[in-house]
Design a protein around this ligand. Structure first.
Ligand SMILES: [Zn+2]
Length: 154
């Protein structure tokens, strides 16, 4: 989770919401890393988890990744789906996402009995730190908007 939090912290350079992810093999080897790059790339699917899974599959040369996906924010439906498609064995996340979380908050795609692959889900690992990163980021954006002439929103 240290590495995932570091990835998340690096997001603010591009103005992206700070979310970081790492894929770790069963033996502890880091297979892939990613950070939210939606603003940076203009790609709606450039979520930290998808980028980390892509980097892991590129490193391994296969789509079946296994291992553990560690992410600072509860995965959305797309990322939960991607984790299941990559046959990740465990998903560990820090902060819950009450608006879009698909690992228990809004949906529970990873533990849905109808799914053909159900990774173990571990939540709340260093959740306070990840939540603080997000809170600071959004507080900074609100201050920036308030400073615009006429108080408009950028
Ligand atoms: Zn996502």
């Amino acid at each position: 989770m240290d590495l995932a939090l570091a990835e998340a912290a690096a997001c603010t350079v591009s103005g992206d919401v700070p979310v970081g992810a790492v894929v770790v093999a069963a033996d502890g080897t880091v297979l892939g890393r990613g950070r939210n790059a939606r603003e940076l790339t203009g790609d709606p699917t450039a979520h930290a988890e998808v980028l980390a899974l892509r980097s892991a599959s590129a490193a391994l040369g296969r789509w079946r990744i296994g291992g553990t996906l560690v992410v600072t924010l509860e995965p959305c439906a797309m990322c939960a789906g991607a984790a299941a498609l990559a046959r990740v064995e465990r998903v560990v996340y820090a902060a819950p996402d009450p608006k879009a979380g698909a690992a228990g908050s809004v949906h529970d795609l990873l533990r849905d009995r109808r799914s053909n692959h159900r990774p173990e889900v571990v939540s709340g690992v260093r959740g306070a730190e990840a939540s603080e990163l997000l809170r600071t980021f959004f507080a900074g954006r609100r201050e920036g908007a308030a400073r615009l002439p006429g108080g408009g929103v950028a």
